[in-house]
Design a protein around this ligand. Structure first.
Ligand SMILES: Cc1cc2nc3c(=O)[nH]c(=O)nc-3n(C[C@H](O)[C@H](O)[C@H](O)COP(=O)(O)OP(=O)(O)OC[C@H]3O[C@@H](n4cnc5c(N)ncnc54)[C@H](O)[C@@H]3O)c2cc1C
Length: 536
């Protein structure tokens, strides 16, 4: 993936593209893979970095959604369970089977969750990740040794999937490119062009690194801009009614020891009706998430003080060692792109459907919004089917249910900390062998070697320190303070690869430190929940 080469393709193209996708998150990347593997000419344009929006900020679960089961949305659960199975099959290096335990402290919980999980098993059918089981007290403690014992009666275990969201995203982007798609980060769409009948026939995009402006013709244009959906729709129809209802969720990251063992913890119903996960991830414990309606959206949303307190307090009720603010290694926040048209009318965002919506407006702009990471492939298939009709393209069958995703590798667990790279791990190790300095750790508290930064610039279009430390590696999410300490060395490596000077590296470090400060909960004072929002 060479960005200059991608830019040249856009510059030199004389024919309209079959499909132009606006947005390089899970939804857009899935569409680019679908379109390219069917044989359409596809261009994906991302304004920031791939995954800078919501797709880097998930709870990292490939799941049917136990919560949606409770809401009675069985078809959504069933579709997600099927997609979970397909994803494990196509990207075994990134998705792993994870056992979850719901601890039971009341007499009714074992039969209640036991039956619920059997329904979950049933809906998974041939895509099952393993059967659920009612656990004795001893079995529960064996799986969750750091759970609060006081009042514990037993538990219910079940299986779901876990992944690294941006690693999958980058591998999807590479998969699309390998099948002929042109993909660009830092190239935002600023206008939509229309024909004499007022139909969208292309886009204007600007490369933010050079300010080069491209006028791009397309047979169909897809808006996959997540929380920015309405902003993009207004480029086509300035009076478009908003369809997004943003809601934010936070995650706190702690040392692994808070949740020893290889099992995740699920609290399906907190005191105020929310779901809480504590999940082992990259040798840390990830705890989340909240669901708080918000009024405004941004790329780097801040957590609210009440959200941090809620997660700390609730986790503290289930873990033997109560986490405190000082224990937080990183806090990260994501905004759910919930689509209003899928709403059930309830004002609580946690009850708005996680199903997706496809909307075609009067100008022919095709918008896809909502859904979840787990179902990105199915969403893409549906969306490309619509684009084919709308753009008058020749019908071609979707092949993504059997397409291996870049890096496909069945024995990834043998690759240690490079497992998520799958088949690329060998090339990263080769970099380290050729230059032993690159084999050294980026930082003693981070599970990365310097070669990964070099690799990200050479092969994965990493353009800034934030790209390399937050989305190619996950350093910022795993330990924000260690990442700030590692930033100067990483910036020099990146500068060397991108042909930049030391002043560029220094400016990158400065900008990154400002950004990273908001991931460091100990030092930050976050805003209180606005009175207009209220907990959800
Ligand atoms: C807290 C939280 C936890 C979650 N956990 C899970 C989970 O565990 N499992 C799961 O399955 N799902 C989960 N989800 C849902 C999942 O993360 C989202 O559904 C998914 O990431 C949305 O992807 P997207 O591509 O639609 O949006 P985004 O990732 O936001 O991508 C949209 C992109 O469009 C770009 N863009 C915007 N405007 C323009 C423009 N004019 N030109 C070019 N590009 C533009 C943006 O920069 C952005 O990168 C979670 C969501 C949240 C918020």
């Amino acid at each position: 993936m060479n960005r200059d080469e991608m830019l040249a393709r856009v510059r030199n193209r004389t024919e309209p593209w079959d499909i132009v996708v606006i947005g390089g998150g899970a939804t857009g990347a899935g569409i680019a893979v679908d379109a390219a593997t069917r044989g359409y000419s596809a261009l994906l344009l991302e304004r920031e970095d791939f995954g800078k929006g919501t797709s880097s900020r998930a709870t990292k679960l490939v799941h049917g959604g136990v919560r949606y089961l409770e809401q009675g949305n069985l078809s959504l659960v069933m579709e997600a369970l099927k997609e979970r199975g397909i994803l494990l099959r196509n990207a075994p290096h990134i998705v792993r089977n994870l056992r979850f335990v719901v601890p039971n402290y009341s007499w009714w919980e074992a039969p209640f969750y036991g039956i619920g999980m059997k329904v979950y098993d049933l809906l998974a059918g041939k895509y099952s990740f393993g059967s659920s089981k009612t656990l004795s007290l001893e079995e529960t403690l064996a799986l969750l040794p750091t759970i609060r014992r006081d009042g514990l009666r037993g538990g219910v275990s079940y299986h779901d999937g876990q992944f690294d969201d941006t690693r999958l995203l980058i591998h999807l982007i590479i998969t699309a490119a390998e099948h002929g798609a042109t993909v660009l980060n830092y190239t935002g769409v600023t206008e939509l062009t229309k024909d004499e009948d007022g139909f969208v026939r292309g886009v204007v995009a600007i490369d933010s690194e050079t300010n080069e402006r491209f006028t791009i013709a397309a047979r169909s244009v897809i808006n996959a801009t997540g929380i920015f959906t309405d902003e993009t729709r207004r480029l086509a129809e300035p009076a478009a009614e908003p369809m997004m209802v943003p809601s934010q969720g936070i995650h706190l990251v702690f040392e692994r020891s808070f949740l020893a063992g290889d099992t995740a913890l699920l609290v399906p119903q907190t005191d105020d009706g929310r779901v809480l996960f504590a999940v082992p991830w990259h040798n840390r414990t990830l705890v989340g998430t909240t669901d708080t309606p918000i009024d405004s959206i941004s790329y780097e949303p801040l957590p609210f003080e009440e959200e941090i307190e809620f997660v700390l307090e609730t986790a503290g009720r289930y873990l033997a060692r109560k986490p405190t603010r000082e224990d937080i290694l990183s806090v990260f926040v994501g905004i759910r792109p919930l689509a209003k048209s899928a709403s059930n009318g309830n004002s609580k965002t946690s009850t708005i459907s996680r199903d997706y919506t496809i909307h075609i407006d009067h100008t022919g702009l095709l918008t896809i919004a909502g859904g979840k990471w787990t179902t990105y492939r199915h969403m893409a298939e549906d969306c490309v089917d619509h684009a084919v009709t709308l753009g008058g393209l020749e019908e071609k069958p979707c092949v993504t249910s059997t397409t291996h995703i870049h890096g496909y590798y069945e024995q990834a667990d043998k690759l240690g900390s490079l497992a998520v790279y799958g088949s690329d791990a060998a090339s990263i190790l080769a970099l380290a062998e050729a230059n032993p300095e690159l084999g050294k750790p980026l930082h003693p508290r981070l599970p990365y070697i310097k070669a990964e930064i070099v690799w990200s610039a050479r092969n994965e279009m990493s353009r800034t320190l934030d790209d390399a430390l937050a989305r190619r590696t996950r350093a910022l999410l795993l330990d924000a303070r260690a990442t700030v300490e590692a930033a100067p060395a990483a910036a020099l490596l990146l500068a060397g690869e991108l042909g930049k000077d030391s002043a560029w590296a220094e400016a990158q470090v400065k900008a990154f430190n400002t950004l990273a400060a908001q991931y460091i909960a100990q030092a930050s004072h976050y805003p209180p929940l606005p009175t207009s929002t209220g907990k959800n």
